[in-house]
Design a protein. Structure first.
Length: 280
């Protein structure tokens, strides 16, 4: 599940589709929005620690460093600055690639692990729904390594369906999350901002050669811009969800839609049928 902007209902759809499918299948749901994971606000699943996520950051041994400048020259993230008598390390810019350590002719760079965040998983192993979330440490800004580790776990999971709830937007964390996926559901809304960011998300899916379909949430609020776009470009419209006070009530109380009334089961059954058809 992806969206060009936040607040379109992506998490609501990811969580409820997972709950619906888990009635008859083994499902794994991964919350890849590691800066602000909120899937579990609706699942209320007890979580246990699964693993720390670390990157290696350079430590300079000034006693043997000749300040040749090669490390700073090679660092494409500008995380190093070499002065005549000192090497400055800007840790927040470091991506932990290790190139500086490898390239240093004096072997004056040592790498030490820095914890970026953690990965947690649902404690209930008897349920058909297995849930993982990543959480970026407060003060850090590098989300992609945590997303990468979550996707490694996802590839190993022996489940019928794996659903990835992506971060909003179209920056590096989204690109990392989207890569090597089979299909992406783009969730939008019929507003100028919704259409603008949907077009960016569509372009990203096309660039990555990932098939996609569109969910138009709150479809009766705003105008017909999303339907017009779908008709003009012959895109796959998977589902239209009307502005529904019952959905708002459940959402505001942190409750999933599945398990309340049969209309929501029918809604997500239809969504899954159309996803499977589009994937063919």
């Amino acid at each position: 599940m992806a969206s060009g902007k936040g607040g379109t209902g992506k998490t609501t759809i990811a969580v409820n589709l997972a709950l619906h499918l888990a009635k008859s299948r083994k499902v794994a749901l991964f919350d890849l929005d590691v800066e602000e994971p909120n899937d579990n606000h609706f699942l209320h699943s007890p979580l246990v620690h699964h693993q720390d996520v670390n990157i290696l950051r350079p430590i300079i041994n000034e006693s043997i460093c000749t300040h040749c400048g090669l490390c700073a020259e090679l660092c494409e993230f500008n995380a190093l600055a070499v002065l005549p008598d000192q090497v400055m390390v800007f840790a927040e810019l470091c991506h932990g690639c290790g190139l500086c350590s490898i390239a240093c002719p004096e072997k004056a760079i040592e790498e030490k692990p820095h914890q970026l965040g953690v990965i947690e998983k649902s404690e209930d192993t008897t349920s058909n729904l297995l849930f993982y979330e990543g959480r970026l440490r407060v003060g850090d800004a590098l989300a992609t390594p945590i997303i990468r580790e979550l996707k490694k776990i996802a590839r190993k999971e022996n489940h019928d369906v794996v659903i990835l709830d992506l971060p909003p937007g179209s920056a590096c964390p989204v690109i990392e999350a989207l890569s090597e996926t089979d299909f992406v559901v783009l969730v939008t809304e019929p507003t100028p901002a919704g259409e603008h960011d949907l077009l960016i998300a569509i372009d990203l899916a096309k660039q990555l050669k990932i098939p996609f379909g569109i969910v138009n949430n709150r479809s009766d609020v705003g105008d017909n811009r999303i339907n017009d776009l779908v008709f003009k470009e012959a895109y796959e419209l998977l589902l239209e969800i009307p502005h529904d006070k019952e959905i708002l009530h459940l959402y505001s109380n942190g409750l999933p839609l599945i398990g309340t009334t049969t209309k929501f089961d029918h809604m997500f059954s239809k969504l899954w049928d159309r996803i499977e058809e589009a994937m063919k």
